[in-house]
Design a binder for this molecule. Structure first.
Ligand code: MN
Length: 239
């Protein structure tokens, strides 16, 4: 069985979400061979030197879960794009690129965080290009911790306030971009998060039936997609 989650936005000030995730590892996720975390696992990340310590409980829980024989795969989101090799090593998770193709029941499936699909948000796409540049990241991670924390807060604050003013269609995925990336990857199934609009959308690609599955964020509810031999199910529980 494979499990898919995203957008937990783990943060000190939301300990109930951390607790919900720890319970999830001990219950639902016990039956999973693989757990895929598709970005924005952390609400903000300013470097492994700070994060591994600040999120020691989560890091240890993931390491313990891996030691029980489960595989954990982690993709960057638009908030935690600087999660690095030190965290991956300590938590014993495998970083996967965005986009990434896996097989579910022998069907190729495209995994993404989802922010790159929101191409109508021109301003964000420019920002994304900047912060996903390895040179920008390297320079950022060399700054003193206090400066990085201030930058992290700034990114959070501006993304929240700007996003609340943007039209709903700009904040959602661009349908043509979805078709384009799925065609390029030769997949008829896409799983992503980011938009916080959990749903299963039937699609048609080159006269073939396809599907886009959107994972939900963890706020009042926790969302996960479960895939086993019986099929795929998008589920939620109260937090
Ligand atoms: Mn996101």
């Amino acid at each position: 069985m494979q499990l898919f989650i995203s957008d937990l936005h783990l943060l000190d000030s939301r300990p109930n979400v951390t607790q919900a995730f720890l319970r999830f590892l001990d219950t639902t996720a016990q039956n999973a061979e693989s757990l895929y975390i598709l970005g924005d696992f952390f609400d903000v990340w300013v470097g492994d030197d700070n994060g591994v310590e600040e999120y020691a409980e989560i890091t240890q829980a993931l390491a313990d879960y891996s030691a029980q024989g489960h595989n954990v795969f982690l993709m960057h989101g638009n908030r935690d794009f600087t999660v690095g090799d030190d965290f991956a090593k300590q938590a014993n998770v495998t970083m996967i690129p965005d986009p990434h193709v896996i097989e579910i029941n022998a069907e190729p499936t495209l995994l993404m965080h989802g922010d790159s699909l929101c191409t109508a948000d021109v301003e964000y796409m420019e920002f994304r290009k900047m912060v996903r540049d390895p040179q920008w990241q390297q320079a950022m991670l060399q700054k003193p911790l206090a400066e990085r924390k201030a930058l992290g807060q700034h990114i959070r604050a501006t993304s929240d306030s700007k996003n609340s003013l943007k039209a709903a269609n700009i904040m959602d995925v661009t349908p043509e971009e979805v078709i384009r990336v799925m065609t390029e990857a030769s997949t008829l199934r896409l799983i992503h998060g980011h938009t916080h609009r959990p749903a299963r959308h039937p699609l048609e690609i080159n006269d073939q039936t396809a599907e886009r599955i959107v994972l939900g964020d963890w706020h009042n509810k926790g969302w996960y997609l479960i895939a086993d031999e019986k099929g795929l199910n998008l589920e939620s529980f109260d937090i």
